[in-house]
Design a protein around this ligand. Structure first.
Ligand code: SF4
Length: 459
């Protein structure tokens, strides 16, 4: 699909304000109401601008950039089939039209994920819509100096302040102290990416209902060939929690790399200086290198790994489920029972063996109630709830409620299906005090508050 860099759609003419001009007076007018405690009713959604609650503001003058003049009505439930239909309808739409639709639909509850590469085109498109918009970026701590300089350039060029997300310092410290600074060369990039990228992303997305990415079909024939322009996010949850609470917009899905570059040049958009050194795709410094003419851009990322494993976890839904099950942390093909990077790793989550959970299930007079997740580490829905489950376990530590996990795929699956009500992954069970049968958590909302309400209702 070719891009036209000349005439933006009429939506560009909708407002005479830039996002930067719009934000300050409006946001200051709602500052006192602009708290996470604002009731989530339709009235408040319609009239208030609301920040991501998942992160700190830099200062009083640094506020979410996308206060909306008229915030949109938000659907209570995202229907996958509705978005499949919308994706088909918008398949031929221009990136500008797709961006406009996304910003119109979600207002302050959507943000652009900016990596510091040619996805700066998304910011330019957002500006061209004339609508307010937000931008966030994952600062892994391992980016090239040129990328940090580029972030600063973009903030100044567009008059925006990028909402940076950082990894958890304790997790980074534990990883580096135990495995060193370059463990990804030895045992695959997933673990480091999980700590430095995926978990911070998950936190960011928990404050949103939709996000915008720069994914393109031509970036990776192995994993991105089928991405739609809009989809229900297959991996992450939005602020309402549960699978299906977040949509993902890919306005340049059908655009080829050379057309992105034509657009950037035509619009005189600043670009990362690494591009002039032969870099196309840009990520962390140790995991990105320049490519030669004719080489595919993804060959410059995690070049020591299998091409099917070249998703850092931010877009792991691109890897088909059966392929995920076949990939272990080294990108080597294996079966699902072999070594896959485990999840729910926390000192507050007890790992139950087969005999451990059998004992727990047999006890009729348990002295302590237990919450146990039956999971498979390769399952994207299990991965999606990892953050909230670990956080829940931390909250429950010392409360008298034990939190555990039981890996129920592979040879344990039949037992879990017959004895533990396993339907699909993840299945969450509550083993009450003094009651023999476990109670299955009935909801797909797997956020901390929902799980806590479930436990409190049964204690
Ligand atoms: Fe770690 Fe490399 Fe992933 Fe960056 S890209 S988070 S350095 S493994």
């Amino acid at each position: 699909m070719a891009l036209s860099a000349s005439s933006p759609s009429s939506s560009f003419l909708r407002g005479s304000f830039t996002p930067h001009e719009l934000k300050a007076p409006w946001i200051h007018s709602v500052r006192l109401l602009d708290q996470c405690s604002v009731p989530r009713d339709s009235y408040s959604r319609k009239f208030l601008a609301k920040p991501i609650c998942a992160e700190q503001k830099r200062s009083d003058s640094v506020v979410p950039l996308a206060a909306t003049l008229v915030a949109p009505e938000v659907e209570d439930r995202i229907e996958t089939k509705d978005y499949e239909k919308l994706a088909k309808e918008m398949e031929q739409a221009s990136p500008l039209e797709i961006m406009d639709k996304a910003l119109e639909k979600y207002g302050n509850d959507i943000a652009i994920a900016f990596s510091g590469a040619e996805d700066v085109a998304l910011i330019e498109y957002a500006k061209l819509t004339g609508r307010p918009f937000r931008v966030f970026s994952l600062d892994t701590g391992r980016l090239n100096p040129e990328t940090y300089q580029f972030f600063d350039t973009i903030e100044k060029h567009y008059g925006i302040q990028i909402e940076y997300m950082f990894p958890d310092a304790v997790e980074v410290q534990a990883l580096v102290r135990s495995k060193g600074l370059f463990s990804f060369y030895e045992d695959g990039h997933q673990e480091c990416c999980r700590v430095r990228k995926v978990r911070p992303l998950r936190r960011a997305l928990k404050g949103l209902r939709a996000w915008i990415t720069g994914q393109r079909k031509d970036q990776s024939p192995g994993t991105r060939a089928e991405i739609p322009v809009v989809q229900v996010d297959p991996s992450f949850e939005g602020m309402d929690g549960g699978v299906g609470s977040l949509t993902k917009w890919n306005p340049v899905a059908n655009v080829e790399g050379r057309d992105i570059w034509n657009f950037l040049q035509a619009m005189n958009v600043p670009v990362n200086s690494l591009h002039s050194q032969g870099y196309i795709s840009i990520g962390c410094e140790p995991c990105t290198r320049s490519v030669l003419p004719g080489q595919h851009e993804r060959e410059g990322r995690w070049w020591w790994e299998d091409s099917k494993a070249k998703e850092c976890g931010l877009h792991k839904g691109n890897i088909k489920q059966e392929e995920v099950a076949q990939l272990n942390g080294n990108g080597k093909h294996t079966n699902e029972s072999d070594t896959v990077i485990d999840i729910f790793n926390s000192q507050n989550v007890v790992t139950l063996s087969r005999s451990g959970i059998e004992n727990l299930a047999r006890l009729e007079n348990r002295r302590e109630p237990w919450l146990v997740v039956l999971y498979a580490p390769w399952c994207r829905f299990c991965q999606a709830m990892e953050e909230s489950y670990v956080e829940l376990a931390e909250k429950l530590a010392g409360s008298g409620v034990k939190v555990g996990k039981f890996r129920a795929d592979g040879e344990q699956k039949a037992y879990a299906q017959q004895e533990l009500q396993l339907g699909s992954f993840p299945t969450i069970l509550f083993f009450p005090r003094n009651v023999a049968s476990p109670i299955k958590y009935p909801s797909e909302n797997r956020d901390v508050d929902s799980l806590m309400a479930f436990i409190n209702a049964l204690q």
